[in-house]
Design a protein around this ligand. Sequence first.
Ligand code: FAD
Ligand code: FES
Ligand code: FES
Length: 1334
Amino acid sequence: MDRVTELIFYVNGRQVIEKNADPETMLLPYLRKNLRFTGTKYGCGGGGCGACTVMISQYDPIAKKIRHHPANACLTPICSLYGAAITTVEGIGSTKTRIHPVQERIAKCHGTQCGFCTPGMVMSIYTLLRNHPEPTLDQLTDALGGNLCRCTGYRPIIDVCKTFCKTSGCCQVKENGTCCLDQEINGLPELEEGNKTSSKLFSEEKFLPLDPTQELIFPPELMIMAEKRPPKTRVFHGDRMTWISPVTLKELLETKFKYPQAPIVMGNTSVGPEMKFKGVFHPVIISPGRIEELNVVNHACSGLTLGAGLSLAQVKDVLADVVQKLPEENTQIYHALLKHLRTLAGSQIRNMASLGGHIVSRHLDSDLNPLLAVGNCTLNLLSEEGKRQIPLNEKFLSKDPSADLKPQEILISVNIPYSRKWEFVSAFRQAQRQQNALAIVNSGMRVFFGKGDGIIRELSILYGGVGPTIICAKNSCQKLTGRPWSEETLDAACRLILDEVSLPGSAPGGKVEFKRTLIISFLFKFYLEVSQILRRMDPGHYPSLAKKYESALEDLHSRNHWSTLQYQNVDPKQLPGDPIGRPIMHLSGIKHATGEAIYCDDMPAVDRELFLTFVTSSRAHAKIVSIDLSEALSLPGVVDIVTADHLQDVNSFSTETFLATDEVFCVGQLVCAVIADSETQSRRAAKQVKIVYQDVEPLILTIEDAIRHKSFFKTERKLEYGNVDKAFKVVDQILEGEIHMGGQEHFYMETQSMLVVPKGEDQEIDIYVSTQSPKYIQDVVASVLKVPANKVMCHVRRVGGAFGGKVVKTSTMAAITAFAASKHGRAVRCVLERGEDILITGGRHPYFAKYKVGFMNDGRILALDMEHYNNGGSSLDESLWVIEMGLLKMDNAYKFANLRCRGWACRTNLPSNTALRGFGFPQAGLITESCIVEVAAKCGLSPEKVRMINMYKEIDQTPYKQEINAKNLSQCWKECMAKSSYSMRRTAVEKFNAENYWKKKGLAMVPLKFPVGVGSVAFSQAAALVHIYLDGSALVTHGGIEMGQGVHTKMIQVVSRELRMPMSNVHLRGTSTETVPNTNISGGSVVADLNGLAVKDACQTLLKRLEPIISKNPQGTWKDWAQTAFDESISLSAIGYFRGYESHMNWEKGEGHPFEYFVYGAACSEVEIDCLTGDHKNIRTDIVMDVGYSINPALDIGQVEGAFIQGMGLYTIEELKYSPQGVLHTRGPNQYKIPAICDIPTELHISFLPPSEKSNTLYSSKGLGESGVFLGCSVFFAIRDAVSAARQERGLSGPLKLSSPLTPEKIRMACEDKFTKMIPRDEPGSYVPWNVHI
Ligand SMILES: Cc1cc2nc3c(=O)[nH]c(=O)nc-3n(C[C@H](O)[C@H](O)[C@H](O)COP(=O)(O)OP(=O)(O)OC[C@H]3O[C@@H](n4cnc5c(N)ncnc54)[C@H](O)[C@@H]3O)c2cc1C
Ligand code: FES
Ligand code: FES
């Protein structure tokens, strides 16, 4: 065989020739490390986040067409790229040449915060525009379905999309037929009031036009290469693996004959993750090149034949075309396939994954296979021995050897028959999230009546997600054949199928009762769907379904998006050059969008750099019997393995132990660290460390376990006000209850990353790290190295999201990495993979609360007695502080005249939990709001009424006796009521609910009082340094960390105002312990406030010094003044300092003044739920916030909405799952779902209250980083409202207990009906569940 062994492809218009292409190398590390295109980011490595999106272009010499498609570089083997042109974010534009319109607009529309997801977003939009220069909004949001962003809340990214749509700025006709530009819609008032307020954050007129002629052309050399005949088989040998790309069918068959065990890699979206995450290894891989037979699309008289090599995106296009052309009765199965292809994964995966790969993988949750099987599809196989056709049926799907491909066989194509008259096919799925989430249960169902008599002639039903493989309800279908299509048959079908498709209580994936319910709920939907069509076809014969029940049929999807924003304009008298109060773009925005912004792991390798991988405990509570390092140490490239023995007396700092000594206390605890020459070597060696454990009792995982074992960190914290016991004696009613709230993963897009560089002199060491607290890292590293802090310098340019998760855990990892670097005198890099990060670093504390509420019949709450418990995990970290903040903030917006709240941080055998945006408030607030809702139910009042009755009014006192003026709280509440047209919509919701049985709407409004401050003067001090250079330019440094919130932008705005110089004259390089020492943690919503006051102080010092010079030459420039100052020996550098807010808290007395001010707000959300599946859609959210004088409305709105969406995730979809042994199941975006673009409310309206009072904060502004998270619970309570409407209609009385997150599972199971009653239930204790509720 004539072979090619040199890999040739193009990246950003440049040819790449790889002589030693290693089949194990993916495009992502190749781009980042080999080619130094670091714009493409690592977010998960498994195709689930989109941070690594690139465009792949390939030329088809037969069709003479170039195909551009988006791809996840993390799953693309470089060997698959022969003849392809790759475009990365650097290839489409840069600040050095010309930025691309997509890059410009995403920055200028404020679509970037930390910027880590931005290159991926840019490339997804860019690729779509290459194929569709005038896309619809639907196409654009669809293109972004595979891209996650943890910061922005997606609204501004949708704004970017709208600027590229044909009907720019408009929602393209809303669902009710009105255009979004109609401001009167839903009673929303006109937004612009004179010139006092603004509703725009950017100006479209100034955008660069999109000009397709300016794009990079497909390299002509690659076209010539592709045209060249005959093409040759390509073979690449790596250290451990061989890659063979045959280019003709004959060669493919020969190769498969020779290597029958080798997988056929097409999209690598199944083989890739298996190799990466499950340790599967293939010595040989066969990856067909461009083989015509695998890409056929044939329309025959019996159906369609689709080549196995077509991508799922191509299949979608073909089917979309076919359903347009053929009569509906022939396209039943195509419609069903299309329905699932719209939500299957993201656009990148759909473009990579092949039809053949999808079918042959036979994943238990495959969306397409159940449909293909019910549709009687057949598979065309070929091998050296000849052709064969097999049915794609339940036997094939259950991997029965008698129905399987033979090892030498290739799937060439799939026949998908046309449906017949009186034949109906439907597709169903329910996932944790509507898009880009594997189904919890899915199903394909087909019935054939033969004629119009409604007698079942054929019935076929398959389910995915309910067993180890896809399951067919074959016997049930057989028994139902011959029966009429009627409710009695449906009833019998449900019972038969529940019996046949049985699911044990301990089934993997958990959610067993939910899955059982879905099995029959889908069946019911199918029954209704078919009945409706039958009725349409023969109205005389089939009775019509009551309108009320038709609601079961529609799917919940938000296709359009509409948002309005309202903020205060600056005073017209403000100088035009003064940027304070204006919506200035994030100063790194353009660099985020071009990939030029440098994050920690983007830094080039240092000479002889090493890589460190942690080995973590696989047991939750065990003695370490032995650690065998010998095999790992013997592997090539391994330099050392650091254990607790090496650290000896420096193995801890404060409350945290670095490496386990003789006992482990959670799965994921750091046991040792392998240091090797390369990342691959160190990761491989880490897998070879052998640790023998002996389990130790007790194993404490849940909060209830901890309460039973009295396993608490320190003693209780208590806050008491009034006389609770006395009040309970006078109230009309008392209710008692409990509530659980799950934790939350930070899911910052940039995983924990650090590079430690010993300077080789005087024990100096530099640490480049993604952290919120450089000073803390400095202290910890100095302690572990036993050197003074002045030898350890910590530098942070920017952080790709942190949310509280980059302080304590980061310092532990930095300590060990620095120890290794110092020991070997070599730079050491440590970057966690997503799975490691989620496992090791913990997250938001799960909460459990018990409450007793005493209230009057009119809704006044007179007594509240509460116990808060958080699950702190195995070490203290900040758990006690979280409990304290929870107690101090639990009153939220309410005056409880008599209150007692006690809190405990529980010590358990879970990874230690830590700070996460909101720090206890989102949990404590939800608990209180749940009490309010329960009181309302008891009093027969609306929750909003009870909220209003109990709300703080004007001047009052908090439970810790701090004075509060709640005027703005009432204002926010009133405005939110008015702007959301609450009363009108409440009536509309009730009407909807009365008219619809299976869909319900819910509406809820929550108030917010978020105290801001850190509880101590010292913790709120801040410092800054401002230099003016002789050319008149200024450099500012401060103690705050840029982690997406735009603090550096705000600081430059401050300098610009104070020194009256343009922002372009001011620069900020990053944060370092070398320039501003002894800084506080960046967190708690106060970073811009505190550091801004320090920057302002520095500027004022400089101005004071320079005032005489300036007044002597008022027309001069900064260059003139700086030169004169220099000539007169006046210092052009100044330190700024802010002492901190006077704050204190005395826990013994339960009183103090821990906070500086309060952020007020209110949010109203409306949702619609599907009572049969538990699905929900966020219809609309209105938020009103009191932000004081906003320093930068664009950044502040970004903080509010980003936090709101993060909160919505917390309260509705984000769910951590632990096994009964304490092992975390949810370790990546495929298992743990954060909100994606499909989750945001169809309508989002945000407005800021006009600033009312001057305060001593920075320009009377308020910090907004955290407060918005809590507002996400308006969605929780709206869902609760909808569930409660469903229950009422079904005659279910009694209290409704709903815990957070309110997932599809909980929604479905709470909407009890005949189906939930029909399913078998397992006795608790009769089985071992897959997961425990921690
Ligand atoms: C992030 C992510 C999200 C996903 N979401 C969903 C989802 O929502 N719904 C869903 O249904 N699926 C989902 N998937 C699964 C996805 O659909 C499959 O991974 C994909 O279809 C496999 O196709 P592939 O071409 O990449 O297969 P590959 O990984 O290339 O190959 C898979 C297997 O198929 C065999 N094979 C491939 N082609 C042939 C052939 N012609 N003849 C014989 N054997 C062949 C190979 O030997 C191999 O064993 C998701 C996957 C990822 C990574
Ligand atoms: S890094 Fe590739 S999809 Fe997440
Ligand atoms: S800006 Fe999207 S993840 Fe930070």
